[in-house]
Design a protein around this ligand. Structure first.
Ligand code: URA
Length: 266
């Protein structure tokens, strides 16, 4: 390599080294370029900071507005509801859960609000989304038969033999996927208010989602049949009727759970 080439290499090397050093200084917080004459900072007089001149309103620094937590908004809307009709309107008007955008209907509830038994399901499926009522598809038909076997019905006008049915989520999750914890948390204030307004004697949670929503625990196959408490009410966890359609052998245990409910009510 000739002398000229060596020199060019050295200059290029220096240039890269200088750039790296500058980058390091910027990274370390240096924010003043080198000035023409040296400055002795110790000789500079220390002046009291001048009060900032008032800015015109147009230049005022505006603090960003705090974004409201959808769970807080849901709780405020739910707690303001004085009746089931108020609550239905509050849910229909709640725009913070994306599931609403993909749903045809808000599925609120079915049955007799005077019922002693409130059944809490998961979320509407395709049939429920179309009709706007909970548990009207195949799983719903099985649910009706199961509870009819112990003398309970959603169409009964008599509180002693009536059922009231609702879901954790009022909107169908796309493709019937499992509800996300964030969706459950967002809609839980409405569920809690719903239960407070209906004030049933007992709650039956069918499946994992309502079990998790009310008790914070998972594992319906372990929990089923074991009475627990939530929101000050006795709660009976049962397997979801859709699970029973896929696993008919589990109907024997579901029957035992229904008998346990019947005994509790009498
Ligand atoms: N499954 C549910 O959990 N709820 C319904 O309304 C329908 C199916």
């Amino acid at each position: 390599m000739g002398i000229a080439a060596d020199l060019a290499d050295d200059i290029a090397g220096d240039w890269h080294a200088a750039l790296a050093a500058l980058a390091w200084q910027v990274e370390a917080g240096a924010d003043e370029p080198i000035v023409d004459a040296p400055v002795n900072r110790y000789e500079l007089s220390v002046e009291a900071p001048k009060p900032a001149a008032a800015r015109p309103v147009s230049q005022a620094v505006v603090a960003p507005l705090a974004v409201a937590d959808p769970v807080d908004l849901a709780r405020a809307a739910a707690n303001a509801a004085r009746s089931l009709e108020d609550l239905r309107a509050a849910i229909v008007g709640f725009d913070h859960c994306d599931l609403k955008k993909g749903a045809r209907n808000t599925v609120f509830a079915d049955g007799n609000p005077a019922a002693r038994v409130l059944i809490l399901g998961e979320a509407p499926g395709a049939d429920e989304d179309r009709e706007g009522r909970p548990f009207v598809g195949r799983a719903g038909q099985l649910l009706d038969k199961m509870f009819a076997a112990i003398g309970l019905s959603r169409t009964s006008p008599d509180a002693a033999t009536a059922l009231y049915i609702t879901n954790v989520l009022p909107w169908r999750p796309p493709g019937n996927r499992d509800p996300e914890p964030v969706e459950i948390a967002m809609m839980l204030p409405f569920v809690e208010r719903h239960i407070a307004l209906v004030d049933p004697a007992v709650i039956v949670v069918v499946g994992n989602t309502p079990l998790f929503a009310l008790t914070g625990t998972k594992g319906i196959l372990r929990a089923r049949g074991n009475w627990t408490m939530a929101l000050g009410k006795p709660v009976l966890p049962m397997t979801h009727p859709a699970y029973l359609l896929r696993n008919p052998a589990a109907k024997r245990e579901a029957w035992a759970d229904l008998l346990s409910l019947k005994a509790r009510l009498s």
